[in-house]
Design a protein around this ligand. Sequence first.
Ligand code: ZN
Ligand code: ZN
Ligand code: FE
Length: 765
Amino acid sequence: MNPISETVRVEVTGIVQGVGFRPFVYNLAIQLSLTGWVRNTSAGVEMELNGDRQNISQFLERLTNQLPPLARIDTIHTETIPSNGSVTFEILSSQPQPGQFLPISPDVAICLDCQQELFDPQNRRFHYPFINCTNCGPRYTIIRDIPYDRPNTTMAGFDLCPDCLSEYQDPRDRRFHAQPVACPVCGPYLTFVVNGEPIATHEEALQTARQWLRQGKILAIKGLGGYHLACDATNPPVVAELRRRKKRSDKPFALMCFDQQRLKKHAVCSREEWKLLTSPACPIVLMSRDKKSPVAREAAPNQNTLGIMLPYTPLHLLLLEPEPDYPEILVMTSGNLSDEPIAYRDEDALERLSPLADGFLIHNRPIHMRVDDSVVRIFQSKPFPIRRSRGYAPDPIPLPVHIPSVLAVGAELKNVFCLTRDRYAFLSHHIGDMENYETFSSFEEGISHLKHLFRIHPERIACDLHPDYLATKYAIQQSRETNLPLIKIQHHHAHLASCLADNHWNSKEPVIGLSLDGTGMGTDGAIWGGEILLGSYRNFQRLFHLKYAPLAGGDISIRKPARMALAHLWASGLDWEPDLPPVQALCYEERLALRSSLEHQLNTIPTSSMGRLFDAAAALIGLRFESNYEGQAAIELEAVADLEENKSYAIEINHQEIDPAMLWNAIIRDWREGVAVPILAARFHNSIAHFLLECCNTIYRDHSIKTVALSGGVWQNQYLLEKTKSQLEQNGFRVLIHHQVPANDGGIALGQAVIAGSVELSVQL
Ligand code: ZN
Ligand code: ZN
Ligand code: FE
């Protein structure tokens, strides 16, 4: 029987560039004796195939079933066309298509094949810190434009040597069309810099850096998306010195160690955690600290967790390669002073980081996009993101509903913005706290870069209600300049919608939202944060909230939980008895001034913040009176809580208000009776979980709603999350939590975008 031959044209979208997709297509076509061609477009990949009909259908089947590890197909369109007469199969050069877009791969941790070559003395890339291939290496951080070809990356300035060129051109090679391909002959190299002067290059630079780390020095090291500050994590004076130089008092440092064997000495690592650590994204994973770990306490003060990542670039592997008497685990914290953004441009880094670092290990491959490390936790065997950045951004999140294109600018802290088009939400990398000019300009640059890369022309702009957020001001100005409708969105409604979108919720039915965080502007001008909402993408109702307590003096009360404890006692009509820890923590003058501002409502704002309730509790039981970073009191309260304790305190719910007065009374009584801090901390957590359940039960009785979405930074508290979720589930509720974007403000732009895209504009205009 004669084979029936035909010709088909195939268009594929998804993550199909920079992931070895065309070589995969090429090899598949050769194996099946098909002729034709394949090429990248700015919408994806297109190809034409000539050959036996059965082979073509086998090709199409294997195309979707045997994808390279990093590729993902979103759509595939096939049509039969007249024969193109080609006699070979070729990879054609890229074809830009105006207006179209395609997803861009995030940066990918070094693959096992490359690791093997890196440590193989026979390999021509032995110990070469920039080894990569089609399956691994830098992507988003080096891409200037699409299509993803070498001239559009920061590798454009490096001409390929004959060896690299032949690998790059050979479809059977695992570096075929690997855009960042390089070797010691033609690629980037290391330089070690002290006091602005290069003192060593190449392997010698690496060995000098290792020598310095061994001697207890602090180094600035240029990585994938920016600079790290590194030192021996088991050397307490050095870690303390880094803390002093960085002006960062208690916030934990990220750590990096070579492999599983070494990791196990420091953290209790589950199978899921290990899987996450070794995934292509290679994030920092928060794990329980092993009590015997020699990591300096100064690396993560008052914490029972450690944030550890594995080496994700060849340079990291070379820096951590084990040797006797060499540090086994390094601090790898972002290269910045306190709240500034991470440094990524060489001149800027050399200037800003020189007071912080003894020496610099740098290289000459430019970073185009500044991208911080991601932080993820495992909760009930699934990822629970804390910061979604390197390795994840700019991978889009599929939208559950059809909406017009939106720019959502996010919130003030942990800013991440979001651009949508078609069925995709492109969340930016972590921008940071929008408190200074550098962060704001990287926010602006980030927006124009992503708009350009993904060819997005927003039709609406979404922002927070808070008029003072820099992101809000930017949105207002943009909307004026472009005449695009601006939609202002209540912070806790955005949290709720973010959790719904994260769970691909596509129903118009409202759900219960437990939006719990530190700060968000309410529709009444108060600072909200302990909110029990009933809402959908379109709208929301506030059903319950924590009773307002006065926040006196704004920021100072956020930094001083002791003041918050006294304000809460005052609001509950309880005396500031002299033996109480927060009373003792503040001097007479400060208490006097505080009382007068509370009584005369001077410079006070009412707040229903759950974050401040945790602060007050931590101070009331004598655990923490001052906070050196956001959420510190709550994090430490969780860290001490006794997991075995099941008792809780009663809390009164008056109409819409959850009144903590009885809670404070009970805590003080227990404290006076000498109940230990871990028990008090546990009972406090249990009480919150308990009243949340009570509120949900009431809402179920009134509205027959059985779905609850948990969002807001408070849910990073695993103790509370675990308790609340299990109690709700035992009572028949379906509980939605975050898995793709953070529960904190780093995920809020997704909620803003979906709300802005869903509301009827006539109402807004
Ligand atoms: Zn590789
Ligand atoms: Zn080369
Ligand atoms: Fe928030």
